[in-house]
Design a protein around this ligand. Structure first.
Ligand code: SF4
Length: 489
């Protein structure tokens, strides 16, 4: 049977659908604590939402064997709102959180602990993986004659907002495929994967880090010398290149000019500059002992003090819980001092208090220091905080601060633009480790920090708080290490 979860997974990674169906379970990684936390939080959120809804038929208490029959019976009774039903039709199975009676039939809904939209909510872009799950339920409802004919569905998001998913609408201005067509395409591909008439390949990407096949896939991809080992070369690009270039070594050994025709390459969606960049990275990865280098001269400002800045935020509670700064005198790493502003809870007043302290600190430091942060995350989070806490500062104040020459986005302004590294990605962890820095924690990651923060909120355990602080301090120190490393280059 093809489930909504499989369609959801397919959108993230087709290979995951294959491995979950046919992979050796012994090769799976241990459950990831952050993923388990997401599940826990999802269940709690669902319970909260459900307690506020006028549910008329609750299927969650019905045993699995009878749930489908009871769900059908509830629909035939025309129950207005059914919770946790089960539907099947042919080779399809779906368990929508909600089935809402509308006119002559039902529309499905899911309760999600994340945002109902992709990225910036104000843009109103629906999430692909939510849309296909909902499409799956609509498909089953139509097949069993219980749909309302509209192909509409909804998500109740982390704030309890009702987000309509109109599946007959186009995905966007440029992408003129409807969500419904996208679901149909995804379904037929999942079906082909499950029936093993279509093969899949892994691809190293950000989603891999939370996947239980990560170690297995990474090992395989390294053994295959797969093109997705090249930083920023993802599945889509790999798939258009692979017929012509089979591996990183093959790429490194070829003449990239042979793929360039005028202002284009023979690979759709990949321009000449991007191809040359990937080729340089392939050469770095294929050359034993290769070292990082500058693509162009880099001028980092010299101020009396340097500050390395990193925040920790929890998207589940929608709270920025730590603003960490390491400050040191220019060229004197031994003077490094850690200054954290840590929210002692998830209440707005606590988040506002630490934001205010961090904002005050930045205001004072920007006078005589160069302040480094890694990627746009800090700036985006500060703009959101300014929207929430206009007493502290305005969005314009944040934009003005981050526009100052003393504020340097080390990733976008320097690393991405002007450097190359013999590494699979350009994350701060990868680059600092390449330069010999080691985190004190054995499993450092932003996701792990969120999980620790939740445990600390529950337990008040000071050792967990210290772990969060140490991790953040090491992230800030690592930023300094990369600055030093680039100066060496
Ligand atoms: S580790 Fe990555 S490539 Fe492998 S199944 Fe998971 S998401 Fe896909």
């Amino acid at each position: 049977m093809i489930s909504a979860t499989q369609i959801y997974d397919y959108v993230q990674c087709p290979h995951r659908v294959f491995l979950d169906a046919y992979g050796d379970r012994a090769l799976r990684d241990e459950p990831n604590a952050f993923v388990e936390l997401l599940w826990e939080q999802g269940i709690k959120h669902e319970e909260n939402i459900i307690s506020s809804l006028p549910i008329t038929a609750d299927m969650s208490q019905v045993d699995k064997a009878n749930r489908e029959r009871e769900t059908l019976a509830a629909m035939h009774r025309r129950e207005p709102l059914i919770y946790s039903g089960r539907l099947t039709s042919g080779d399809l199975v779906g368990e929508p959180d909600l089935l809402q009676l509308r006119g002559s039939g039902y529309i499905p809904g899911d309760i999600k602990s994340g945002s109902g939209f992709e990225g910036d909510e104000s843009e109103g872009k629906l999430k692909k993986h939510y849309a296909v799950q909902l499409g799956h339920y609509v498909q089953i409802l139509e097949q069993i004659g219980m749909g309302d004919g509209s192909r509409e569905a909804f998500v109740i998001d982390r704030q309890g907002n009702h987000v309509p998913y109109l599946l007959m609408e186009l995905q966007g201005v440029r992408n003129t495929q409807t969500w419904w067509e996208y679901y149909q395409q995804s379904l037929s591909e999942v079906r082909a994967i499950v029936q093993q008439t279509q093969s899949t390949m892994g691809a190293l990407s950000a989603v891999c880090k939370l996947c239980h096949w990560y170690s297995h896939c990474k090992q395989e991809l390294v053994a295959q010398d797969d093109l997705t080992l090249i930083a920023e070369l993802g599945r889509t690009k790999r798939d258009v290149m692979i017929q012509a270039i089979s591996s990183v070594h093959a790429f490194a050994g070829c003449d990239p000019a042979s793929f360039i025709q005028g202002k284009k390459t023979i690979f759709p969606g990949i321009g000449p500059d991007t191809l040359l960049k990937f080729h340089a990275r392939a050469q770095l990865l294929s050359t034993p002992g290769a070292t990082a280098y500058l693509k162009e001269p880099v001028r980092l400002p010299v101020a009396r003090n340097e500050v390395y800045f990193d925040i920790e935020a929890d998207p589940m509670s929608d709270v920025v819980y730590l603003h960490g700064f390491v400050e040191r005198l220019h060229g004197q790493p031994a003077t490094a001092r850690f200054i954290p502003f840590f929210a002692e809870g998830t209440e707005s007043a606590q988040e506002e208090a630490v934001f205010s302290q961090a904002w005050g600190y930045l205001q004072s430091k920007v006078q005589d220091s160069t302040i480094y942060y890694y990627s746009k995350y800090e700036r985006t989070a500060y703009k959101k905080l300014a929207e929430k806490y206009s007493n502290v500062c305005s969005v314009e104040d944040v934009e003005n601060l981050f526009a100052l020459p003393a504020m340097i986005d080390l990733y976008f302004d320097v690393v991405k633009k002007s450097t190359e590294w013999p590494a699979y990605d350009q994350s701060i962890k990868t680059l600092a480790q390449y330069l010999g820095f080691r985190w004190r924690d054995t499993h450092p990651s932003g996701a792990a920090s969120i999980e620790w923060y939740h445990r600390w909120i529950e337990s008040g355990d000071q050792a967990i708080k210290q772990r969060i602080l140490d991790y953040n301090e090491d992230d800030c120190l690592a930023t300094g290490i990369v600055v030093d490393g680039i100066r060496e280059l």
